[in-house]
Write a protein that binds this ligand. Structure first.
Ligand code: GLU
Length: 427
């Protein structure tokens, strides 16, 4: 989309490009160049192999019919079946889903899973829909995409505004279409339907481990460290709890209504309890600050755990953190990444920091395939080994190649699918 230019006194400055697909393509290209791959590899990996757009008719509770648009992108299946969540959100676009599928491929490469990346999305606002309307939408989506998904083809999972109940409906719909029970079709399921212990908290656990490793590199003691978490959804709320329990001071949290700040540390257990009773939390308090004000507060560790494009060229100069760990997908633009890195801030990128979710999804799928279920300690121990190894790989690549952590993560993440595509004779 063409963007208007902004006049800033002497020279005309183009506004920052917030297109997440274009940004990820830029970094993929840089990573492949650094690794010495020829142009056709970039041509193959810059877009998903497949992208399905579907229209889903849903009977609403008032008797009317509403038609929703959904997507499923499969980025690259050279390594194995594609894997990634399904997002329910009013702002979902085809281009965003494509970028998210590429990020899933990178995550799988970074934590070394036998998967490529996939992603789905439905343009809807689940906060305005009833339980039964959501069930009909979830089932309709699976009917619409059933031909291209499956336990050894493409395996969905939760993402923004989707949860284990939605996974259960999707599993049930898929099993009735295929006429056999196939728990490996989807991950993030309730435990009683073949979910894995530890999946619910996996993304936050993974981020916690990445904060621990980054803090070690910076010589920061987590006890008493000041942490800010943007977003109080699955990742942000569990992460706040884990950081609080580890003795860190969570000085600010936020949700879509605004942010709460206390320099002495917030009472996270109380806020979680309020959120569970009311559905949202910051709107219950008068003395809120804005999300933007919160991001610019002084702290040791800043964790964007909400949506895309939160740290941009506009506010990156004002970020006063020692470490930024991206729990959300795409919260920092490329221009902002450059500014943060130049200012000496250690940035742990999304494709590494948030890979704990898909790692435990993989464990869930393995358990489904084996029909043998692991205790929580085993899941957690394997998650820790995987994430710590991935952090070290990316950190060492950044050091040895003299690049920032985002480019290093892309270099680590892209290599396996580039090699697999080459062995298959695709490029
Ligand atoms: N939606 C999550 C992500 O963005 C998890 C995907 C999965 O478990 O497959 O990483």
């Amino acid at each position: 989309m063409e963007q208007p230019s902004v006049t800033t006194g002497q020279k005309t400055k183009q506004p920052e490009n917030l297109d997440v697909l274009a940004s990820t393509q830029t970094v993929i290209k840089q990573a492949l160049n650094k690794l010495g791959y020829p142009e056709p590899v970039y041509e193959l990996l810059k877009e998903p192999l497949r992208m399905l757009t579907v229209r889903i008719p849903v009977r609403m509770d008032d008797g009317s019919v509403k038609i929703f648009t959904g997507y499923r992108a499969q980025h690259n299946d050279a390594v194995g079946p594609t894997k990634g969540g399904v997002r329910f959100h009013p702002d979902v676009t085809a281009s965003e889903v494509k970028a998210l599928s590429i990020w899933m491929s990178l995550k799988a490469g970074i934590v070394d899973l036998p998967y490529g990346g996939g992603k789905g999305g439905i343009v809807c606002d689940p906060r305005t829909m009833s339980f039964r309307e959501l069930e009909r939408l979830s089932r309709g989506y699976v009917r619409a995409i059933s031909q291209i998904v499956g336990p050894s083809k493409d395996i969905p999972a939760p993402d923004i505004f989707t949860n284990s109940q939605i996974m259960a409906w999707m599993l049930d719909e898929y099993s009735s279409i295929r006429e056999f029970d196939s728990p490996g079709f989807i991950t993030g399921k309730p435990l009683v339907l073949g979910g894995s212990r530890g999946r619910e908290t996996a993304t936050a656990k993974g981020v916690t481990l990445m904060i621990r490793e980054a803090a070690k590199k910076r010589g920061i003691d987590l006890k008493g460290a000041r942490v800010i978490v943007q977003g109080f959804g699955n990742a942000g709320s569990y992460l706040s709890k884990f950081m609080h329990d580890a003795g860190a001071k969570v000085i600010a949290i936020s949700d879509m209504h605004g942010a709460l700040y206390n320099p002495d540390g917030l009472d996270i257990d109380y806020l979680l309890d309020r959120r569970d009773s009311h559905g949202s939390v910051t709107n219950l308090f008068e003395d809120r600050i804005t999300n933007r004000e919160m991001l610019e507060l002084e702290c040791d560790i800043l964790v964007p755990a909400a949506v895309e494009n939160q740290i941009t060229a506009d506010n990156a100069h004002n970020i006063r953190a020692n470490i930024v760990v991206e729990a959300a997908n795409g919260p920092t633009t490329l221009e902002a990444t450059k500014i943060l890195v130049e200012r000496g801030i250690l940035l742990v990128p999304d494709v590494l920091a948030s890979a704990g979710g898909v790692t435990v999804s993989y464990f869930e799928w393995v358990q489904n395939n084996q029909g043998y279920y692991w205790p929580e300690e085993e899941v957690e121990q394997k998650l820790e080994e995987t994430m710590v190894q991935a952090f070290e790989n990316v950190y060492q690549t950044a050091q040895s190649r003299g690049v920032d952590m985002r480019l290093a993560a892309y270099m680590v993440g892209v290599r396996k699918m580039a090699e697999a595509s080459r062995f298959r004779g695709w490029v």
